[in-house]
Design a protein around this ligand. Structure first.
Ligand SMILES: [Zn+2]
Length: 271
């Protein structure tokens, strides 16, 4: 069945995409028909949600177990004072709907964990990692790989960030980081500072990579990780390959279903 035509209002809203050779009507239809899951609606998830909503992603899943705190507003730009103490997914859903009522938002007020990750991620085409823990990063990478879904990874630490795309069969988080850091070795954003605009830079690159993946255009950040230092204001590209000895995506995988990520990373099972 052919996709429905764009309404006059949609032709105005998406005019700068429809006239862009790299997107055009075909790319915009792909965006409209896409289903994207953003896990973590905080510092990274904010710019991702805003840009994907503006771009006209058809269905956006927002998953987060947390509520909006005043200390979040220094960098989590999808939230505002009106939403203090409310579920982040509900506040972000309101912002997204106000920006673009075309977007269907599915709010998931829950921790994504071993018990729900497969069924949850399975309902979407592309997964975006906006989380802030190693436990969640390994979980999402394993689940996305086992489901055959691309994962747009981003992470930030103080004044540095990194972003890459894990395409199943072309490397995963375990290929980049076979072992998690010792528990407590690297603080999370609640304990250490974060430069306000840093997640905007990294999250916006995640949004751009997601749009390109859906529209099937350009060269994705596949097999390369972009490392950013906001103080030096440098970007460095490091290439990586699928590790043939990777326990998840290697030639002889030992991981065929989700494991206990709290035990693996030394983190609490549920934060
Ligand atoms: Zn791997």
């Amino acid at each position: 069945m052919p996709a429905p035509a764009f309404t006059p209002e949609q032709r105005q809203r998406y005019a700068r995409h429809l006239t862009l050779a790299e997107i055009g009507p075909a790319g915009q239809q792909r965006l409209r028909q896409s289903r994207v899951l953003i896990v973590g609606v905080g510092a990274l998830g904010s710019p991702v949600a805003l840009y994907l909503a503006a771009a006209g992603v058809g269905t956006m899943g927002l998953a987060d177990h947390d509520r909006v705190r005043l200390s979040n507003l220094q960098r989590q730009i999808v939230h505002s004072v009106d939403g203090l103490e409310q579920a982040k997914v509900e506040v972000a859903a309101r912002t997204v709907r106000a920006l673009n009522p075309d977007v269907t938002v599915e709010s998931i007020f829950a921790t994504v964990d071993e018990g729900n990750a497969m069924s949850l991620l399975g309902r979407y085409d592309v997964i975006v990692d906006g989380t802030d823990s190693f436990r969640a990063r390994y979980l999402l990478s394993d689940a996305a790989y086992l489901l055959g879904k691309p994962l747009v990874h981003g992470s930030i630490f103080r004044i540095e960030g990194q972003v890459t795309v894990f395409q199943p069969g072309r490397g995963c988080y375990r290929c980049l980081y076979p072992e998690p850091p010792p528990a407590g070795a690297i603080g999370e954003s609640e304990q250490v500072g974060v430069l306000a605009a840093l997640p905007g830079i990294i999250g916006t690159i995640q949004a751009a990579e997601t749009i390109k993946l859906i529209a099937q255009v350009g060269d994705g950040l596949i097999n390369r990780v972009l490392l950013h230092d906001a103080m030096a204001m440098t970007f460095q590209e490091v290439r990586y390959r699928r590790n043939r000895a990777c326990p998840l995506c290697g030639d002889r995988p030992s991981i065929r279903s989700l494991v206990d990520y709290g035990a693996f990373t030394g983190a609490e099972a549920v934060r």
